[in-house]
Design a protein around this ligand. Sequence first.
Ligand code: SAM
Length: 216
Amino acid sequence: MKAFDALKILVDVLIAKGYGNSVNNQLSVDGNGDPLPWFSYPAIDYLRGLDLTTKHLFEYGAGCSTLFWASMCKDVVSVENDRAWHAKVSSAAPPNAKVLLREDEASYFDAILEDSARYDVIVVDGGLNRRKMAERSLHRLAPGGFIILDNSDCHVRAAAVLRQADLIQVDMNGFSPINTHETTTSFFFARDFNFKPKGEWQPLKTPWCMKHYVDE
Ligand SMILES: C[S@@+](CC[C@H](N)C(=O)[O-])C[C@H]1O[C@@H](n2cnc3c(N)ncnc32)[C@H](O)[C@@H]1O
């Protein structure tokens, strides 16, 4: 096979993930228009395979992700600092997703500390200082849970804060919806992490594997 033919096949793989649809709509969605977190595709694929139905999630930075989490988790609290974006996301949010608007920086960072709730999953993906979000998140992570830091390749200080808290760092680099560059989404797991897969398979079977291999 020539390099150009191989490249065409790689583009088809991205299109099957809904990449073309996300670019056309400038929204983080899959091929059916369903919302996805704006993370690297490897991170999205990992999350799609987890059973989060009993999990409580907190998110810095609302978006299509908020709708995705609401469909996957028991409940979601998301904090957003941009008024227009907050109005857009909150108008689409189902009853198990609460989208807070906190326009000044201090109350945005401290939104996770407003009550004593603990969260099984905390997402650091907001448009302000992610190191400060990471520091607050450590105070509210439930036992056995994990924190997600998106664009960790840029937010290396936030990554260091989480790593130095004795969480286990796993970096998932790759293409993501909308963007034309690679990005890294990092997971920081508590040492007693024990989430279960959603179905029979972890990892999820890929279309390629379905065609070429059968389990013994
Ligand atoms: C990286 S985005 C958050 C993305 C969100 N967590 C997601 O995965 O969909 C950070 C901030 O960008 C702003 N924003 C502006 N346009 C946006 C868009 N089309 N999608 C997502 N966020 C957008 C919002 O204020 C948001 O909190």
